[in-house]
Design a binder for this molecule. Structure first.
Ligand SMILES: Cc1ncc(COP(=O)(O)O)c(C=O)c1O
Length: 382
């Protein structure tokens, strides 16, 4: 298997020294001290953690904690992995081959198509940016499932980078059609713990909804990006017992286990999630409103597409300005990193993180405005 280079990681490396980081897709990360202060817990809890090998399925304590995030999942229905990246890598390697057909909402987190493509699978992309609203998107998605009849449908909700999610009814409909056409579904629910403008504290899980009536459904999940512990690298995969056993055996060839120290911190984050996420959610909402009401949007310099419903990124279009040039000027002149759409294969768009300090976010908007204005003036006088 020959894997293409991940342009996204290249961009992260290039702009790593920027003081203001709006490129990442997670909330700002804590130090260990800050994290324990936030969850009001004494750090001494870490003193007796066993530093030997951990259970390859994941410690029972963490699997219990994770299963409480779902209504249909028990600890024996999941395996923990080093990031959802490991879960996805193993899952794709086990189940995809040259004959496989995938259907994926696009743009997407690159690993979701680069690994299937490297394995020779045919990936059908449904471009979410061509629709005016989500109703149209979900209608079209149903048609695509019926028409393509993929072996695997990958649904990432809340969506990175577009920020929308599907509601329970839409998810159930996707599940019913997939069942009818014998399409396996993989939900990637990485950003479920950052609901924006929902009454629920955690967004409903596609796995919970669909697994009630269809057995060929899988899910990956994680809290690390929603609670500011991304370096802890814990994710999980939910599947039937046969699949989990295969994944367990494959994991002997990758990382063998997730370190117990990382699993313990993840367990603490899940147990204390109500102490962590509300502040981030409030900030994301506020920054999203600032963007929506900004001169950039009012003057059509930036065009928003979907309403932000979950996660902490959005993917607006930059009107009449080169997105890569904008990102480069921000990085070199303003010490600020945003993600150019080119990284996702979408020239003319930018991904912006909405979970950063509001003052910095206001500055970002101001700086984008002046870059677009100055560059336009330059071209008039040149
Ligand atoms: C949709 C989605 N899935 C999976 C991943 C992989 O995340 P990790 O391996 O850090 O858990 C990411 C990371 O940004 C993502 O956005």
């Amino acid at each position: 298997m020959i894997l293409k280079k991940m342009k996204m990681e290249d961009w992260f490396i290039k702009t790593a020294s920027c003081q203001y980081n709006f490129s990442e897709s997670g909330v700002p990360d804590f130090t260990l001290n800050e994290f324990f202060k936030k969850i009001k817990t004494n750090k001494s809890i870490l003193n007796n953690i066993f530093l030997g090998n951990n259970d390859t399925y994941g410690s029972l304590d963490l699997r219990k904690e994770i299963s409480r995030l779902y209504s249909t999942v028990r600890p024996e229905n999941l395996i923990t992995t080093n990031g959802t990246s490991e879960a996805l890598y193993i899952f794709f390697n086990l189940f995809l081959n040259k004959k496989s057909k995938i259907l994926l909402l696009y743009p997407a987190f690159p690993l979701l198509y680069l690994i299937p493509q490297a394995l020779g699978a045919k990936v059908h992309f449904l471009d979410v940016l061509q629709f005016q609203d989500k109703k149209e998107l979900s209608k079209r998605l149903i048609l695509e499932i019926k028409g393509i009849r993929p072996d695997l449908l990958i649904i990432n909700i809340p969506h990175n980078p577009a920020g929308f999610t599907f509601n329970k009814k839409e998810i159930a409909e996707i599940g019913q059609v997939s069942k009818k056409y014998k399409v396996n579904i993989l939900f990637d629910e990485h950003y479920r713990f950052l609901p924006i403008n929902f009454s629920e504290k955690i967004l409903p899980s596609g796995y919970d909804i669909v697994s009630k009536f269809y057995k060929n459904v899988f899910a990956v999940g994680s809290v690390i990006k929603c609670v500011g512990i991304v370096g802890i690298r814990v994710g999980w995969l939910i599947a039937n017992k046969i699949t989990l056993n295969k994944i367990r055996d494959y994991k002997d060839y990758t990382t063998h286990c997730v370190p117990l120290i990382n699993e313990t911190i993840t367990g603490l984050a899940i147990r204390n999630i109500a102490k962590i996420t509300p502040e981030f959610i409030a900030r994301i909402k506020n920054n999203w409103l600032l963007l929506k009401n900004s001169q950039l949007v009012k003057q059509n310099k930036i065009i928003l597409n979907y309403q932000l419903e979950g996660g902490c990124v959005c993917f607006p279009k930059i009107n009449s300005f080169n997105s890569l040039k904008l990102a480069k000027i921000l990085a070199t002149k303003y010490n600020t990193s945003i993600m150019p759409g080119e990284v996702f294969g979408q020239k003319g768009y930018i991904r912006i993180n909405l979970a950063q300090a509001t003052k910095d976010f206001q500055n970002l908007l101001k700086n984008i405005n002046s870059i677009i204005k100055n560059e336009k003036n330059k071209s008039i006088f040149n």
